[in-house]
Design a protein around this ligand. Sequence first.
Ligand SMILES: *Cc1c(COP(=O)(O)O)cnc(C)c1O
Length: 421
Amino acid sequence: MPMSSEFHQRLSPILAEVAEAFGTPFHLYDEAGIRDTGRRLQAAFAGVPDFREYYAVKALPNPRILGLMADLGFGFDCSSIPEIELARRVGASGEDVLFTSNNTTREEMAACLAVGGILNLDDVTLVPKVPRMPDLVCFRYNPGPRRTGNAIIGNPVEAKYGVSHDQVVDAYRAARDRGATRFGLHTMICSNELEAGYFVETVRMLLEVVREVSDALGIRFAFVNMGGGLGIPYEPGQAGLDLERVGRDAARLLAGFAAERGYAPRLLMESGRFVTGPHGVLVTRCINHKHIYREYVGVDACMSALMRPGIYGAYHHVTVHGKEDAPADTVVDVVGALCENNDKFAVQRPLPRIDEGDLVVIHDTGAHGHAMGFTYNGRLRPQELLLREDGTVERIRRAETLADHFATLEFEPKKLATRDL
Ligand SMILES: *Cc1c(COP(=O)(O)O)cnc(C)c1O
């Protein structure tokens, strides 16, 4: 089910005015919906002692949104230095920050350690490269043929992430030999997964690896991190993830572990999409029509604002403001202006007749939407707005300008003479 009816009811009466005041296109995020989902997530895991969500910053890296996450008590999962800096700017410090990267540099590890963050190492070869081994260290685990992944993240055996099963004991031994005393275990093997049982299996798998490593090395685990990848229903009629079941079954597995071993590691999660995905829309205006072999609706946003349809063929629900109940009696491609034929928000989609000037609403853009945009072809990224709980609308990021686009160009090139001429 795309955009909730509550979000629709909050936005619909003010949408024309917001578009008039700020201009199009824009992503708009719904504070009330984000807070509701954050509380739902906490309630679902209320049976797990010390559960903590670390919001995946890359999903929606805007300080105003990250501030909402901090209010909810969430930490931040970062995977680059700019993301660590964003988390720091909203007040995160120490173990509020988790750093999960791959193909990692020493500078990145140092940046994580500088804020006291939890270092999540992607490989055993990184152990000697860690500038200063922290007390608490985590490894990302790749189960390889033991699990099947899904389309976005790929099959674990083909995925570049994590430590393989036969390296995992050696990885912790190497970290311990360099001075680590507390340990975490992480995995992230699916993306946009809607099946609750998949996540329960992941928690079971993590606890199994914890047993194996603990028995081999005589160490305890401070936490297991089940990663993100919690799915949202992008298509109408699709059932959502039964998060409450994941929470209940995870609590049962951890309690079983505690009964057997006398303690249980904390459970961490690093969801991005589930928390903010459904609570954003991309609002764009129809500016052209074209009738060739197909019918095209040209809008004033393009894939610089939302890459998912273009790169994954992902479905995003589309509605036309004021025509939500009109019959879908035309079949169109909704397109941007970028010179790539995959710059389409919808392909062969039945929609009501769209007139020039109509506001076209693209649903579920609250995660991996604006953040993923690029500026290929000189197509700039749009503004972001936040609909507050009190009904005010804030601009939380302006649109990019020509000056931004030119900011890195060296019209007076920096020169290096490589030999005497
Ligand atoms: C992208 C990512 C996430 C968040 O993924 P969602 O699909 O938004 O839940 C979490 N952890 C890692 C390591 C990631 O790369």
